[in-house]
Design a binder for this molecule. Sequence first.
Ligand code: SF4
Length: 329
Amino acid sequence: MSGAVPVIEVRELKKYFPLPRRYPAQAAARVHAVDGVSFAIGRGETLSLVGESGCGKSTVGRTILGLTRPTAGEVRLDGVRIDNLPAGRLRPLRRRMQVVFQDPFSSLNPRLSVREILAEPIANFTLARTRGELAERIAGLLEKVRLPADAAGRFPHEFSGGQRQRIGIARALATEPEVIICDEAVSALDVSVKAQIVNLLSDLQDELGLSLLFITHDLAIVEHLTHRVAVMYLGRIVEAADRRSLFARAWHPYTQALLSAVPVPDPAARRRRTILKGDVPSPVNLPTGCRFHTRCPHAFARCRSEEPELRPVGDAQWVACHLDARPGG
Ligand code: SF4
């Protein structure tokens, strides 16, 4: 990012949720959804936040958007802290940060036409002064996401899953944001449709200079889209790297397992598949030491007592793992 102020920066972000009251014996216990996460996204850059369901990646996205307040840490937009702003001051900033969710069918109001769906955010932020200007903006949005102009008069159920996601993207673009958070935005789509939507996002990024936070459980999706990757496990980032370094050599055993599931285009080449054993431990009762030690095929004594910190392992790669320090390793 060449020293420029990042568009989005999170510093030591923590989000703990209290347990429901039906567990009085654990009154002080909390769900450690996000537990000390830091990263920055530059202008026109894509960062992918990758991990299994429940690792806290969506909570990071929601916290950036101001949909939930952090327990500790900071969120900055263009260098200005926004996590502690009152709702009234946060609202105008929401125009600059938009989200595309996984399931466009449930996030698009089925009773509204596409025209009405797109008009809503434009009206909320007074981005069109006349009917003509509004119609022009809606036509421009449909063109950007490569939907025909007559889509404006139709309703969400009349479209395929991929087309509905294009409507979701058009709605996100309606406020002319600088940042779009894509929360499992292509996960529910067929493989070929996934690729089309990923290509669309990539083209829009080039055209509009968007910064993207791509939240996904699937490393394969981001291989051709992302600039950098941060891998999350149980509320912490366990590996962060630029795309090339991560796909060339993943250091963390968890990243290696995720990567082993990514299909290789050359049928002659094979990646040895690592199937992770066991379930992700509860984010209420976190394992001691390395949070991954209950599932790690390389765990040794130190892993059970000391939590590894992120440390650099190359020019553009950081890993939280003791493996290099294993006796005889
Ligand atoms: Fe595995 Fe130990 Fe590294 Fe954790 S610190 S990933 S348990 S080797």
